[in-house]
Design a binder for this molecule. Sequence first.
Ligand code: UT7
Length: 318
Amino acid sequence: MKARILGTGSYLPEHVLTNDDMAKLVETSDEWIRERTGIRERHLTDEGTVFMAAKAAERALENSHLTADDLDMIIVATFTPDYLFPNASCQLQAAIGAPNIPCMDLSAACSGFIYSINTAAAYIQAGMYQKILVVAAETLSRVVDWDDRSTCILFGDGAGAAVLGADETGILAMDMGSDGVKGPVLYCEGWPITNPVVNKGAAGKLRMNGQEVYKFAVRRLPKTIQTVLASGDMKVEDVDHFIFHQANKRILEAAAKHLKIPAEKMPMNMDHCGNLSAASIPVLLDEYNQAGKIKTGDKVILAAFGGGLSWASALLEW
Ligand code: UT7
């Protein structure tokens, strides 16, 4: 028994902030951002994480020809929930009218969607649950430092979703890992400790050593892809689509060059939504799926890297 992606959905908020708009906020230019990252514009929400998650979830259910009543579990990947509790997945359950099933959030930054589908797959393969909704939703605009030009230009808000179900084919191999020692190169502190004995400042903002993350990503991405290929006994040529975390065009092109992945097999969408952290892969996967680009039986590799530092990949049959 395997866990198969039955359908996908996504949601990007209406408000768009172009690179030229960004240049009015910090000292930057459309040319610099496009050349260094491939990003042209990003979407910003005024509704929050659960609102976007619900839109993406409803679209994924529709695409799977299922309703919320069919679900056995909900997992939401996010590090920008609207509330500390109830968790985003319980709020999502209420928003879409799902029954009293287990709902949990999973926090693994940009690797969160793949960690979540791999977790869902483990439950399905164990025979514990049949249909699991996995949603990745991020309101990154809430944690970005809008005065820091080296980070605020990179991120956007959005949500992507997939419904996984028990089937004869689906996820064939997975790889997950992390290196907490390197955590300080990409982080966002949580709430300050403020109590009668200590006052430790304000809520955290996203901080990043861009060059260190860049070096980590260009080395780790090919490694995790090679790991799932080896586990699935396949070669790069056997895979039809490579759907990667949309952090930076140059990182993806470097990985593609290293592994000899043809450009037409590696779609990118960071130009119109920026880096969506955990939501990045399911949003791209949905755009690609809805465009009819993925056919039944195609082999797909999903791969991500990010805060933790963490990485994850999955090899699947569509
Ligand atoms: O989900 C994972 C999260 N993160 C990533 O994947 C990020 C990985 N890293 C990167 O993508 C790149 O490191 C960046 C795009 C963030 C930066 O590109 P870079 O080529 O590494 O630039 P840099 O940090 O070496 O900075 C080059 C110059 C600096 O000026 P000086 O010191 O050469 O005068 C920066 O101050 O560019 C300057 N700079 C900017 N200039 C215009 C930094 N940000 C900007 C900006 N506009 N937005």
